[in-house]
Ligand binder design. Sequence first.
Ligand SMILES: [Zn+2]
Length: 364
Amino acid sequence: MTEIRCTNCRRSYPEQGVPHRCPACGGLFDFAEMPAFDPAQVEKNQPGLWRYRHALGLPADAPQITLGEGNTPLVWRNVFGREVAFKLEFLNPTGSYKDRGAATLISFLHWRGVQAAVEDSSGNAGAAFAAYAAVAGIRAKVFAPDATSAPKRSQIQAYGAEVVRILGPRSNAAQAVLRAVEQGAVYASHAYLPYVLPGYATLAYELVEQLGAAPGAVILPVGQGNLLLSLGRGFESLLRSQQIQRLPRLVGVQAMACAPLWALYRYGAAGLGWVTESETLAEGVRVRQPVRGDAVMQMIAGQQGVLTAVEEADILPGREQLARLGFYVEPTSAIVWNALEQLAEQLPQPIVVVLTGSGLKAPA
Ligand SMILES: [Zn+2]
């Protein structure tokens, strides 16, 4: 099993329990080194992301908690004068890319003997958590902001999870879950627990398999930024194992209403002063304080990445344009369209756009 350490005091992840932060210093846990991708160890007869089991960072005897996630289609369209590849992550089992991380995280929790767990989510992560918890027989409770779209809430409940509605901004749900954790609940956090990261990284392995080479650029929404971070690490691993010859440029997209990483990128620390947590249609990327913000910014800097932010008024038109191409995605997912429009001409080809969440979760 690949080693996980506290990024602050370097202590190893405890042998027992599932702390979401370092019990000694409160620091964040992360892989000391991401599990390496080895082409010789790809198990071609396994479904979806389980082909990359060797790179998932799970103990050898951890169970495979799966709903067939991964192996999503890559579909080409000509837009803005360019051939662009759309990665249909909204076709994952619960309707978002979060299933990749939930599969690996819940497999780990099950291996640790967890029987009940809590999570906070604006929707997609909660649905993924609830579904995989149901598969693993883990009792699930999700703290969700009151503004979470009704279909997302129904979906979480349908999997058998209890939904606790929390008034106010997204960060209130995060605080509510921490109170439950203080009282002893296991926090199956998709933001804090590093076990989700190798699951997300499989997106990089799949893209390179599907394209036969590295993308020139990858455009994706950024809230916590864990998908961008994991994609970057996945591509680095592919470069080290000589499966690709160059790193793609990562283009992270935030909603202007809540764009802390974009503000840092654009204005430095001074930009943080005026970051808001305003209402936005892009509820899935409304994250005021990304847990791994430092690591995300380092990844952006190291891979010639770009961060951009989309005005609220541009979100629904983007969703309509994507739908006219046949892609029905939720508003959070649709923020990539505006970024593509701004940057299509200058980005290296081939450009990949990750479509993260299903439109059925947030009907117009
Ligand atoms: Zn520590």
